[in-house]
Design a protein around this ligand. Structure first.
Ligand SMILES: Cc1ncc(COP(=O)(O)O)c(C=O)c1O
Length: 505
């Protein structure tokens, strides 16, 4: 049976295949008639079929049925007229190993990011390339900016994705806001606060550090005391959701305190955006950055930022030259600004298509539903992990739903557990960093990875591995605890709905 026939056999009918893949029936009929599934559907089909029809099978079959033909010069013909005999001379630099096309395995990603990518995002990303100044692309950029404003809950005109991962968004904020000699208060309660200090120092600034123990939120009183003693501080920077520990700090209060002392704020929302409320306008955050590969469920490589008017005016008034050409806000405005569209750098067009689709999915779900989904599955996962006897690092009041850090039980080789989860169940979870290396596991529930099937797979896989390693874990207990948590939430939701209906009647 070819892949198209296997799909039909798996789901019972062409109509059902079409329904599951959200396609027109005629498309599936065409696959069956032509005897293969086109290569661009490989990942989505593998996902929807739960790996029963693998992407590798589809790609191999599609390549045999409809090979991509590339016109090449006949062997030996030397275009540049040199005396070298083409392939032989060049083969000296060729890899020794025989290399074929890369097909990543299907994994369940429940680490600190990247997350699984929604099939609609993958499909959109594989559309034909167009130029970054193409009028159609320019129109898409405007939509993308408006979707980002929705996700950030802001009206800031300067809200756009910087080309590069979250670290580039971080650096973008620091190079634009910190001049040599500036004093910057940085709050550190994990790895990424530490990176902020590095950024300040590389910009020639002086970092005054507000420390908090790893796993604890930033103490607002400590920030206020530090600002009282450093009234010349120009900027306050902190991480909203510290990915290394899974702790959430009170962004609204920290920004309020910074403003009381006339400092601008830089907020890292890499792990929070899309998973927990980030209300840029209401909390009056001045500069914020995030990353595409966490709760936005997109490919890594884009860093959405939003800067308010205070920041724009501040940067425009700088007398010194911004240290980075690539990240100079004034220059990037020429491409992402409201009115002009001039070449700055070659924008990663297909990644931007993908981000547009990822944000559209959030818009369709509704931002508040998206936050609620992260909370719901966090509660179920937590019930299961605690049901297994595992302890959370962070106090429940400050836990980030999308980043669950738990202590590895005494005497267990934590790396061995992660390896077995990956090898035996295709499940990726995260390790501890810095002082927590070897001591904790980090379970991500971000974006498209935040689903009940992932919660259940994770609990059952972890239970099975720990049981096998001789721990007093009863396989099935964790799943029962998670089911009970889901059931309790369903009852609560039904009661709330009834109350609303009664009020409306
Ligand atoms: C809180 C936080 N900030 C910054 C970063 C850096 O982002 P990236 O790895 O995309 O460069 C990360 C990455 O995990 C993060 O979790």
């Amino acid at each position: 049976m070819n892949c198209a026939e296997r799909l039909v056999a798996l789901f019972g009918s062409q109509a059902e295949v079409a329904r599951r893949l959200r396609l027109d029936r005629a498309v599936v009929n065409n696959w069956v008639k032509s005897g293969y599934v086109p290569a661009r559907w490989a990942m989505e089909v593998e996902h929807v079929s739960g790996g029963q029809v693998s992407a590798a099978d589809i790609l191999n079959e599609a390549n045999t049925r409809k090979p991509v033909r590339v016109k090449s010069r006949p062997d030996g013909e030397n275009f540049f007229g040199s005396s070298l005999t083409g392939s032989d001379a060049m083969n000296e630099f060729a890899p020794k190993k025989r290399i074929s096309s890369f097909h990543p395995p299907q994994r369940t990603l429940m680490g600190p990011g990247p997350t699984e990518i929604h099939p609609r995002v993958l499909t959109t990303m594989s559309q034909p390339a167009i130029g970054y100044l193409d009028p159609v692309f320019v129109e898409m950029m405007e939509e993308l900016k408006s979707l980002l404003r929705y996700t950030y809950q802001t009206k800031n005109p300067l809200t756009f994705p910087v080309s590069g991962p979250g670290s580039v968004g971080m650096e973008y904020c620091f190079v634009n806001l910190v001049s040599p000699g500036d004093k910057v208060v940085v709050c550190r309660n994990g790895v990424f606060g530490g990176r902020m200090i590095e950024n300040v120092e590389r910009c020639g600034g002086t970092a005054v550090v507000v420390e908090a123990e790893w796993g604890h939120p930033i103490d607002p009183q400590k920030l206020e005391d530090t600002l009282k003693a450093n009234r010349d501080a120009k900027v306050v920077a902190f991480v909203h959701a510290e990915t290394s520990t899974g702790v959430l700090s009170d962004a609204k209060t920290l920004v309020e305190i910074a403003h009381k002392y006339d400092a601008l704020t830089i907020v890292d929302a890499v792990t929070s955006l899309g998973g927990s409320p980030v209300l840029v306008d209401e909390w009056q955050i001045d500069a914020v950055y995030s990353a595409s590969q966490k709760c936005l469920s997109c490919t890594p490589g884009l860093s959405p930022v939003s800067l308010n008017q205070r920041v724009v005016d501040y940067v425009k008034a700088r007398k010194d030259k911004i240290h980075s050409w690539f990240m100079d806000m004034n220059l990037l405005l020429g491409y992402w600004g409201e009115t002009t569209r001039t070449y700055h750098h070659t924008a990663p067009t297909n990644s931007l298509f993908a981000l547009h689709e990822a944000l559209l999915l959030i818009r369709e779900e509704g931002l508040d539903n998206c936050w609620a989904r992260h909370e719901r599955h966090h509660i179920a996962l937590k019930a299961g992990l605690e049901g297994m006897g595992l302890k959370f690092l962070v106090d429940p009041k400050y836990q980030v739903p999308q980043m669950n850090a738990v202590f590895c039980p005494e005497g267990v080789n934590e790396a061995e557990v992660r390896k077995r989860l990956l090898d035996e169940f295709g499940l990726e979870i995260g390790a501890g960093l810095g002082p927590l290396a070897g001591k904790i596991w980090r379970f991500g529930l971000m974006g498209y990875s935040c689903r009940p099937d992932n919660v259940m797979l994770c609990l059952s896989a972890l239970g099975s591995v720990l049981d096998d390693m001789g721990l007093p874990v009863h396989v099935g207990d964790a799943e029962s605890a998670a089911h009970a948590a889901y059931a309790a939430m369903h009852v609560k939701a039904a009661q709330a709905k009834k109350k609303v209906e009664k009020k409306a009647a």
